[in-house]
Design a protein around this ligand. Structure first.
Ligand SMILES: NC(=O)c1ccc[n+]([C@@H]2O[C@H](COP(=O)([O-])OP(=O)(O)OC[C@H]3O[C@@H](n4cnc5c(N)ncnc54)[C@H](O)[C@@H]3O)[C@@H](O)[C@H]2O)c1
Length: 282
């Protein structure tokens, strides 16, 4: 089956980026969210991003207009019945994703692949919520989606080889680089990255060095584009805490214990860049 129309469920940070890259690659996109204002905000963001690409001479004004026209915003999920592939990028809550998958399982044609952009929920568990676990897969994009090249393609226990191959080809068609990963807490990206960020927080908590000093070490000594604490602030400290908790619960090893300083900062509402305060002031 040729994939012509792609459904994207959730039009937030990731959903709008995913819609943009599919539209830029020539796919028709049905973008779905629960409130009109979220769809309006997403289309606004996409228009601004595409406008920037035009201003830089990366695309023509004509290509910009065509890409925008390819995106159809919808509130009702019924419209997703026309889609040949669906990726869900809704809020990272198991109950929300389960409800969406139940509905998509009912709405989408039986042969349609249902992909999830989850950062931490088991693909095997999500697949088991549907009658088509062999067609459920992780397609994990990175933020900002139009810029970051990586797509982790995550196989659940029941994911079939043709499903995996279709998603790998789709990622390539979006000019991304797919990397195959099996289903395990944090996949590869967060399993390796988050303990680094968590350890950097322990170093600050124990007075080994200031946040600025830890970040300098990683920028100048390891050529990281930003230090781990700047990155944690950028991701959101609440998100970091949720992921560490997921790793700790899923892997059962004390080395994944969330740093107490991280928990305290989240309790204080210091969530990083988005709240104006984290390891740095914004
Ligand atoms: N933000 C990141 O850096 C990042 C990176 C990789 C993966 N992810 C994953 O992507 C997913 C989305 O994250 P985000 O950062 O875009 O979140 P977000 O909060 O920016 O957007 C989530 C969107 O989902 C919508 N939504 C909630 N319930 C819905 C429903 N029932 N039906 C349709 N839409 C619904 C919300 O209205 C919101 O617009 C999560 O699974 C997250 O773990 C996030």
């Amino acid at each position: 089956m040729q994939i012509k129309r792609v459904g994207v469920v959730g039009a937030g940070t990731m959903g709008n980026g995913i819609a943009q890259v599919f539209a830029r690659a020539g796919y028709a996109v049905t973008l779905c969210d629960i409130e009109q204002r979220f769809l309006d905000r997403a289309l606004d963001t996409i228009a601004k991003n595409l406008g920037r690409e035009t201003a830089k001479g990366k695309i023509t004004a004509q290509q910009e207009a065509v890409a925008l026209q390819r995106i159809t915003p919808v509130l009702g999920r019924g419209k997703l019945a026309e889609c040949d592939f669906i990726v869900e990028a809704a809020t990272e809550k198991f109950e929300i994703k389960t409800e969406i998958l139940h509905d998509l399982d009912r709405i989408a044609r039986p042969e349609i692949i249902l992909a999830s952009n989850t950062s931490s929920i088991s693909i095997t568990k999500l697949g088991a919520q549907t009658k088509r676990p062999e067609l459920v897969i992780g397609m994990h994009f990175f933020n900002p989606v139009p810029v970051m090249k990586l797509v982790e393609v995550i196989r659940g226990l029941a994911t079939s080889q043709p499903t995996f191959e279709t998603v790998r080809e789709l990622a390539t068609a979006l000019s991304k680089t797919p990397v195959e990963v099996n289903d395990a807490p944090g996949f590869v990206s967060n399993r390796v990255l988050m303990p680094l960020l968590n350890e950097a927080m322990y170093a600050v908590m124990e007075g080994v060095a200031t946040a600025e000093a830890v970040d300098e070490v990683f920028k100048l000594g390891m050529a990281h584009p930003m230090g781990p604490l700047t990155l944690a602030d950028f991701i959101g400290l609440d998100v970091c805490l949720d992921i560490m908790r997921g790793l700790y619960a899923g892997l059962g090893d004390p080395k994944y214990r969330p740093c107490p300083l991280l928990s305290r900062m989240v309790d204080a509402g210091w969530l990083g860049r988005k709240s104006g305060r984290g390891f740095y002031q914004y």
